[in-house]
Design a protein around this ligand. Structure first.
Ligand SMILES: Nc1nc2[nH]cnc2c(=O)[nH]1
Ligand SMILES: [Zn+2]
Length: 461
């Protein structure tokens, strides 16, 4: 990674203090070094004397003239970049196209043909470039991507993330059974060899995995033989890389897993029995997990990616997020494009909020998630899920500057300003402003995005 410039970000910072609480820090200056790391934070910046500010520069050994200053204006705030803990880059061209399908017919009708078609390098480059740029423009600074079974096309996704500057986990899909002949791994051995090839490529382009990390990706238990799952479990042990897969998304899928793996007492036990359930495992969906399975996930410290838009769109069900949170699981949000129709984690947060009300209507009012809770899942929760909570997801000295600058517009002429459909009148509390952003906001409110201190998106109004 090239070394960037030193930066100073001045204004209001909002981030999660805890699951339930957002912290609003006004009049802050954040000093970000040439590696994108927060070197110092000064509070009450406008009231600080010149000597006090000079002292920070001196302590850091920085010259003022070397520093690029970005100031959030009134009504604007810096927020941690969103973390998409589950997204299929290879399905982006299908976003919104799902008809009335449910999981298994959706896979066969739309998904496998689209993914297979990305073995065409030109098409892959077109789709992958677009999905990276689109998600960045919605504030996604980190994405856990599934690519396809094709090694060259998966490697291309890693190359593009690195060049666009999006932090990413890149998974080559493993699937050696219950898949069409035109889109299937030849054997467990070839699936593992191909996974190793992608790991080698990513390690070659980003040796310390500073921005791009390979992730071992058994598609789901249905499409992997026991031999392949064992091989991938052994590969995880050998490499200590993260793992991503799907779990307990749809009732027919769960039934199929029972039939395919009769020796395992649950879907969760299938992954556990193959060495694939550990602290670095991201389990997407987890809609129908029993409480016993949730307990096992907790014991293994595996993580959950909640994908509410997808779960509604392809009628998978309502995930019991409150129950999983109460049991101590770490949870983030996933767009699951194109099971989900939107590239936006803000949309996923809104859908998580709404789905939690559907769970409440099924019985327990306590299941409702708050605005603060879903924004936690979108940022800090996501950072826990991808194992980077010491670096991203919130702001602090020593952490990396993955951030977005949000504007809700001024009261003057919001339509003219082109800043989306949020109307702020000036009398709202911070809590009210965040609720307005969640429910009325979109990418038009995202003015700029940084990853590791590098400006990766600036909105042209
Ligand atoms: N939502 C979703 N579920 C899956 N299960 C196996 N593959 C997929 C996929 O691509 N999307
Ligand atoms: Zn998925």
């Amino acid at each position: 990674m090239g070394v960037g410039s030193r930066s100073l970000f001045v204004g209001t910072l909002v981030h999660s203090k805890s699951l339930e609480e957002l912290e609003y820090l006004e009049d802050i200056a954040v000093f970000v070094d040439e590696n994108g790391v927060i070197a110092a934070i000064q509070t009450k910046y406008s009231k600080a004397t010149t000597e006090e500010v000079d002292a920070i520069f001196q302590k850091l050994g920085w010259a003022r003239e070397d520093v690029v200053v970005k100031t959030a204006k009134n009504g604007e705030f810096f927020f941690p970049g969103f973390i998409d803990t589950h997204i299929h880059a290879s399905q982006y061209a299908n976003a919104g196209i799902f008809g009335k399908t449910t999981l298994m017919d959706w896979l066969n009708t739309y998904t496998f043909p689209m993914e297979a078609s990305l073995s065409d390098a030109f098409k892959a480059k077109t789709v992958y470039s677009r999905v990276i740029q689109r998600t960045i423009s919605h504030g996604t600074t980190t994405a856990a991507y599934y690519a396809t079974i094709s090694v060259p096309s998966t490697n291309l996704l890693a190359d593009l993330c690195l060049s666009f500057g999006q932090r990413a986990f890149i998974g080559r899909c493993c699937m050696d059974t219950m898949a069409p002949d035109f889109y299937k791994d030849e054997s467990p051995a070839s699936a593992i060899a191909d996974t190793r090839a992608t790991i080698a490529h990513i390690t070659n382009i980003d040796p310390k995995h500073a921005l791009v990390t390979p992730i071992i990706t058994p598609r789901f238990a249905v499409s992997c033989t026991s031999k392949l799952l064992h091989g991938l479990g052994a590969l995880q042990k050998e490499t200590d890389l993260p793992v991503q897969t799907h779990i307990s998304e749809n009732k027919n899928e769960i039934k199929l897993v029972k039939e395919l793996f009769p020796d395992h007492s649950s879907y969760t036990h299938v992954y556990d029995g193959h060495g694939l359930l550990g602290p670095k495992t991201i389990l997407a969906h987890a809609v129908h997990l029993s409480e016993e399975e949730v307990d096992l996930v907790k014991i293994r410290e595996a993580k959950i990616s909640h994908c509410p838009a997808s779960n509604s769109a392809i009628t998978s069900g309502t995930a019991k997020v409150r129950m999983m949170l109460d049991k101590g699981l770490q949870i983030g949000l996933g767009t699951d494009m194109s099971g989900g129709y939107s590239p936006s984690i803000l949309e996923a947060a809104k859908q998580a909020h709404l789905v939690s009300r559907h769970v409440a209507m099924e019985g327990d009012d306590n299941t409702k998630l708050s605005v603060e809770e879903v924004l936690f899942l979108a940022t800090k929760g996501g950072s826990q899920v991808v194992g980077l909570s010491d670096k991203i997801g919130s702001f602090g000295v020593g952490m990396e500057w993955d951030a977005q600058l949000i504007s809700l517009g001024s009261a003057a002429d919001p339509v003219e300003e082109g800043l989306g459909s949020v109307d702020v009148f000036g009398w709202e509390s911070w809590e009210e402003k965040m609720a307005k952003w969640l429910f009325g906001g979109d990418d038009r409110n995202t003015l700029a995005v940084w990853v590791k201190g590098r400006l990766v998106h600036e909105r042209k109004i």
